[in-house]
Design a protein around this ligand. Structure first.
Ligand SMILES: [Zn+2]
Ligand SMILES: [Zn+2]
Length: 217
C-alpha cells in the first residue's frame, strides 16, 4: 500500500474525526447529561457544566501531545516541534486563567472517545444532578488543578513511564528526541520525551524506548 504523505494523512485524520467534540456532546445529550456551550471562557471549552464550573476540552492526541499517541512527523521537524510546545503551553496558560476564575478545566483525550460509555460514566461520577436538574460536583474539586478522573478511569492502558512523581498520569508531551511515534507498537519510537504534568506542572524527561513486555528501558 502506498504510504500517505503527512499532509494527506493529516487531512484524513481531520475529515474522519470531524469535530470529535460533537461526538462527546451527542453522547452526553443522549445520556441526559445537559451541558451548556459557553464560548466566552478562556480557551473556548468544548462544553461546560455551569453550576459546578466544569469546563471540558476534548484534546486531539496529535495536537496536544498525548503520551500514548503523539507522533512526530519526519518532515518540517522544527515547525511541528514548535507547534506542539506552543499548543501545550497554551493549554497550561488557559487552565491557569480558568482556575483563577474559579472554573475547573477537565481535559479528555480524543482517544478516550473510543470508550464512550466509560468516559460518560466517569463524567457522571464527577457530576451529580440535583432535584432541580442542576449539576453539582460530587466531589470537592481541586482549585487550579486539572481534574483527572475521567481520563484515568477510562484509559485502560497504563503508561507508567509517563507517570509524574506526584503520581498523576495527566501528562503532556512537550517534545520528543527524534521523529517517530510514541504508540506502544510503533516501529520507530523516539528515544525520550520531555513531558509536563498538568497537575503539579513539573517538567521531566523520560526514556520512551521501553520494552513493553518487561517495562525495562
Ligand atoms: Zn491519545
Ligand atoms: Zn505531577
Amino acid at each position: 500500500m502506498r504510504q500517505l504523505s503527512r499532509s494527506e494523512n493529516m487531512s484524513r485524520i481531520r475529515s474522519r474525526c470531524t469535530r470529535p467534540e460533537m461526538r462527546l456532546r451527542k453522547a452526553l445529550w443522549r445520556e441526559g447529561l445537559r451541558y451548556r456551550l459557553k464560548f466566552d471562557l478562556p480557551g473556548r471549552p468544548d462544553l461546560t457544566f455551569v453550576a459546578p464550573k466544569v469546563a471540558i476540552f476534548v484534546d486531539g492526541c496529535f495536537w496536544h501531545g498525548c503520551p500514548l499517541h503523539y507522533s512526530a512527523p519526519s518532515s518540517r521537524q522544527q515547525f511541528w516541534a514548535r507547534k506542539l510546545r506552543c499548543n501545550v503551553e497554551r493549554d497550561l496558560a488557559v487552565d491557569n486563567r480558568l482556575a483563577n476564575m474559579g472554573w475547573h478545566p477537565l481535559h479528555v483525550w480524543q482517544h478516550s472517545l473510543n470508550k464512550m460509555g466509560c468516559l460518560i460514566a466517569a463524567i457522571r461520577l464527577t457530576l451529580r444532578e440535583t432535584p432541580k436538574g442542576i449539576y453539582e460536583t460530587r466531589h470537592e474539586l481541586p482549585q487550579g488543578n486539572v481534574i483527572a478522573r475521567p481520563e484515568t478511569a477510562c484509559r485502560g492502558i497504563d503508561i507508567p513511564w509517563f507517570r509524574c512523581e506526584c503520581n498523576s498520569d495527566e501528562v503532556r508531551v512537550l517534545a520528543v528526541s527524534s521523529p517517530g511515534s510514541l504508540r506502544p507498537r510503533a516501529e520507530r519510537r523516539p528515544q525520550c520525551a520531555e513531558c509536563v504534568c498538568l497537575r503539579c506542572r513539573r517538567v521531566f524527561v523520560r526514556a520512551t524506548n521501553f520494552d513493553l513486555n518487561t517495562g525495562v528501558g
